[in-house]
Design a protein. Sequence first.
Length: 246
Amino acid sequence: MLSIDGLHAGYGKVSALENVSLAVEAGQIVCLLGANGAGKTTTLNCISGLVAATSGRIRFEGEDVGNLRVEDIVGRGIVQVPEGREIFTAMSVEDNLTLGAWRRWNWRRWNKQGNRDELERVYQLFPRLRERATQFAGTLSGGEQQMLMIGRALMAKPKLLMLDEPSLGLSPILVQQVFDIIRAIHASGIAILLVEQNARVALDVSSYGFILENGEISLQGPAAELAQNPQVHEAYLGGGNATSRH
């Protein structure tokens, strides 16, 4: 589905990515792990068109998308949920969700029923958002705001959903809830590229993983094997001998 080959990118004279290659197959959850500053977010931003790569190729469903505008990339089915709580705080929860469908709007014939159908799917995944539909988004808790961001992305009907640190700042209970939702989204047929500091839960939910260090892919493999790799365990899973995943 997604194929990245020899990607280089940077900010001014500072290099952020060096010859990064990775792939996501249809129906997969793939995680991208690494320390802060390793280049994980830059990788996602290159895919979504927010950062221009200096060289390399990004292909989606066989088409080169490396030079497309952000809105055109979204229109092809690649949707990113950025790190942090980027919501419209002075708008209602439901209005925030509706904005997620903006790429599919037709100003001459706005499909209200289609929009309601998508909203209903989101509300089934996130019952709390249904309860909060008329509230200002700024009144939501951190966990609810993260649910809103994911729900808004789903309104764009993605084929590939890219999640940047979805567990950031959440309590362990909320982290479990968010990852249960990620599993449900995956079960609906949407492929997922996951950037996550919590390597343990990321490897547990993923089928394949890549390790990014200093802008380069240093290791890759099936998630179960990475979880057992002593190098990965030492760096990302708390050290000591590798233990079985739960």
